[in-house]
Design a protein around this ligand. Structure first.
Ligand SMILES: [Zn+2]
Length: 86
């Protein structure tokens, strides 16, 4: 019987886009509707705990660069994640 390996937190980046919402003005019938818009800020966070915080979308590096910035073994981690059978 083989013992399990230790638990790990594999890299898995997700990018959230910040939005703002408000109750809009009343229309001719007195109805009011929620309005939403993107602020242009994004937050990339990873399952491993890494996060960029809210930054302008233009400053968000490419996915490969994000992995490279917060992991010395990003390629290995992604390979393991892709090959995972969990
Ligand atoms: Zn990560």
């Amino acid at each position: 019987m083989t013992a399990p390996t230790t638990w790990a937190t594999p890299h898995a980046l997700h990018v959230a886009q910040q939005i703002q919402s408000r109750l809009g003005p009343a229309d001719e019938e007195g109805q009011r509707w929620m309005e939403h818009r993107r602020t242009g800020l994004v937050n990339a966070s990873c399952n491993c705990g890494y996060s960029t915080g809210w930054i302008p979308r233009e400053q968000l590096p490419a996915t490969d660069e994000l992995y490279r910035q917060h992991s010395d073994s990003s390629d290995q981690a992604r390979t393991n994640q892709a090959g995972s059978r969990a």
